[in-house]
Design a protein around this ligand. Structure first.
Ligand code: KG4
Ligand code: ZN
Length: 358
């Protein structure tokens, strides 16, 4: 059994986990900073890195204790997110991981945060179906606060980027629309809450990049654009306001949130299923913070059932940032590379694309 201690501090969650053989969670701790950033309406980078410094020791100790690990040196490796993310935040996790690696003599593995999100779907969770670990190709949709990427995965660590957002990430669109509708922070969960009993068909919002033909269709078939949808919501609220509609009345807010959520989910699901069928995927995986969205989960399930394709979306606690997914990604990457080459000299990268190799 290979046991990895994983550390994740790329944004506003301080997280540590112990993962066995890439699939089994022995310990998993996340200290969220959401309450600290709420009054800024978004993540305040300096506040985030300082809070990581305050929390990291305890989070690591709690994850080790939960896993019943007495000494770090009894494990097999230490993995840490080294990008993409906020530079100051990444630095805290990487420095802590380097210190532990030096003290314990364990190899230090660098993990790409996006690859981490992908592997959140490889972790086995009690009561949920177990999927084969080595069955490819898989089409993966990563939808988080910073990224919207559609990936064809042909093996462990083998990715081809099919498309991504041309402007705002999906989570960013949720956050901005929530702000526009005065729904609070963080925007994704706020929109979902507001939309609960809303009518998604009350307001007709655009499904961008869906209706191109010819060359533009080929070029943009697997790309996304959310800024137009956000502007459409803005224009709609202005016109409703001009008509004397109270934008804060619960039924208007509810239907606006539900209509936006449905438009975003429709585009994400349609393109993901189109890619899965085009590339004969064996299954579809969705991951990242926005994959916690219940409307997206429901509509993805309905579409993949109709297409006869298995669908995987992580349980809610593995959708948003966590270290378990980092430990899983590190395990499969070193397994496919035939060993754990330590990278004690690793640097951090605020912008780090998913490595492409098919
Ligand atoms: O993956 P994540 O935790 O962090 C990044 O890597 O960015 O994703 C955070 C994003 C935020 O934009 C947040 O609003 C969104 O995920 N999110 C949701 C939901 N929960 C979190 N979006 C829609 N519905 C949700 N339930
Ligand atoms: Zn993330």
């Amino acid at each position: 059994m290979t046991r990895i201690l994983a550390i994740e501090t790329s944004c506003d969650e301080t997280a540590a986990a112990v993962v066995a053989d890439g699939r089994h969670l022995l310990g998993n701790q996340v200290a969220t900073q959401i309450d600290l950033h709420r009054r800024f309406g978004g993540v305040f980078p300096e506040v985030a890195s300082r809070q990581h410094v305050l929390a990291i020791q305890t989070v690591i100790q709690d994850a080790l204790a939960e896993a019943g690990v007495g000494r770090v040196a009894d494990l097999d490796a230490i993995a840490v997110t080294h990008g993409p993310g906020l530079a100051g935040s990444l630095l805290v996790g990487v420095s802590a991981a380097k210190g532990l690696s030096l003290a314990s003599g364990l190899p230090l593995l660098a993990v790409n945060h996006l690859e981490g999100h992908i592997y959140s779907n490889w972790i086995q969770v009690e009561g949920r179906p177990i999927f084969p670990e080595d069955e490819f190709p898989v089409v993966v949709l990563i939808v988080s606060g910073g990224h919207t990427e559609l990936i064809l995965m042909t093996g462990h660590g083998r990715y081809r980027r099919l498309g991504g957002t041309l402007d705002d990430a999906a989570g960013e669109a949720f956050d901005k629309v929530a702000r526009l509708l005065d729904l609070g922070y963080p925007g994704g969960p706020a929109i979902q809450r507001a939309a609960q009993d809303g009518d998604p068909a009350r307001y007709d919002l655009p499904r961008p990049l869906g209706q191109f033909v010819g060359k533009a269709h080929q070029e943009h078939r697997f790309n996304f654009s959310f800024s137009g949808l956000k502007t459409a919501v803005l224009n709609l609220t202005r016109s409703l306001d001009a008509q004397g509609v109270d934008l804060h009345s619960p039924d208007v807010q509810r239907d606006l949130a539900a209509s936006f959520q449905a438009a975003a989910a429709d585009v994400l699901v349609a393109k993901t299923l189109d890619a899965a069928q085009t590339f004969s995927a064996r299954r579809v995986c969705i991951c990242g913070g926005v994959s916690a969205n219940s409307a997206l989960r429901k509509s993805a399930q309905a579409a993949s059932d109709a297409a006869g394709l298995p669908l995987q979306i992580p349980p809610l606690f593995l959708c948003t940032d966590n270290a378990a997914m980092i430990g899983s990604a590190a395990y499969y990457r070193s397994r496919s590379q035939g060993g754990m080459a330590g990278e004690l000299g690793m640097d951090i990268f605020a912008n780090l694309p998913l490595p492409e190799a098919v």
